[in-house]
Design a protein around this ligand. Structure first.
Ligand SMILES: [Zn+2]
Length: 329
């Protein structure tokens, strides 16, 4: 009984919040069809933080090249969409001197610009050295004379010693994967959502008691509702990106969820994805990601996904749910 009553109250509050709150502060005739007005492009790493290194390149440079080309392509394909970069040079965001400030700066730029979608571009690597590495294997044994014991007790002894051979192991792993922020750990994302709705002011860092109470039940519930919506849209876009890579013949590891190491996604109050466009630790894939052909293809794959994402969001909302549900399989 208690459950029924509280269930009713919660439904009522959710209904009230859904009908009374408009994203971006503007009244929207149909709150279920948000549009992509501002796209945030985040070239991973930069400045003090080079990211992974391949044989001929460094992640921070490759991500910047691809991001700048992506920005150009968005302007060409979707002239109405405003593009905001978190960085356009090889520097830390806001000249940060530590990683926390750098990542926080990225989220702050995204939130202040009131982005509708956040795309972070990164390159992958395996733990093994770029290109390849030598490993040893036993190819047989041979008798070897060794001394055992010390001083007067020292004796000669024949032992069976392994014979090793070095061999080259090519770093073969290639492919793409797109990360979304793992739902469940809601604290930071909720704060970012409220931060964004308060006009981009960094209310969490400002003096206590100012402007808006982030801990109020209304703020929490509003954030939770948007969290769910952002999660679905992040999953949808990530799925479309990976489908696009796969259709272009790339190896795709699909959409992955993570809650550590992607703080920048956690701190943005909007649908956010982190695209690992390929492995710099593989010689051929690194060359591909450094070539105009490869960069143009990666950009085109993301543009194709963006087209489908925009179509689905701005058109039939049923397909959003279908695709999002598909991505969770
Ligand atoms: Zn990276």
């Amino acid at each position: 009984m208690l459950r029924t009553v509280s269930g009713f109250i919660i439904s009522f509050v959710i209904l009230f919040l859904l009908t009374s709150f408009h994203p971006g502060g503007e009244p929207d005739q149909n709150p279920r069809s948000p549009k992509i007005r501002t796209l945030i492009i985040d070239p991973g790493h930069g400045g003090l933080f080079p990211g992974t290194r391949g044989l001929i390149s460094t992640e921070k440079d490759v991500t910047l090249d691809i991001s700048l080309k992506l920005g150009e392509a968005v302007r060409k394909n979707f002239p109405a969409v405003k593009v905001v970069f978190t960085r356009t040079t090889d520097a830390c965001v806001n000249n940060a001197t530590n990683l926390h400030d750098d990542l926080h700066g990225r989220a702050q730029i995204a939130n202040q610009a009131k982005g509708d979608l956040f795309i972070s571009i990164h390159c992958n690597a395996t733990r093994q050295p770029a290109g390849g590495y030598y490993e040893k294997r036993v190819i047989g044994h041979k008798k070897k004379l060794v001394y055992v014991g010390r001083g007067r007790k020292k004796r000669k002894r024949w032992v069976n010693a392994p014979v090793y051979e070095s061999y080259w192991v090519k770093n073969t792993r290639v492919g793409t994967e797109t990360y979304i922020w793992k739902a469940g750990k809601q604290e930071n994302k909720n704060d970012a959502i409220n931060e964004r709705e308060e006009g981009g002011e960094d209310v969490t860092d400002s003096a206590a008691g100012e402007a808006f109470d982030l801990t109020s039940p209304e703020a929490r519930m509003r954030a939770a509702l948007y969290e769910k919506k952002y999660f679905d849209n992040s999953a949808l876009f990530a799925t479309l990106v990976e489908q696009s890579f796969s259709a272009a013949g790339r190896q795709s590891y699909g959409v992955k969820q993570r809650d550590v190491g992607i703080q920048v996604l956690q701190a943005t109050g909007m649908p956010s994805v982190l695209i690992e466009v390929g492995f710099l630790s593989n010689k051929e894939e690194e060359e591909y990601l450094n070539s105009d052909k490869g960069q143009d293809e990666v950009v085109q794959n993301i543009i194709d996904a963006l087209k489908r994402y925009k179509d689905q969001l701005e058109g039939n909302t049923d397909t959003i749910e279908a695709a999002a549900a598909d991505s969770s399989k």
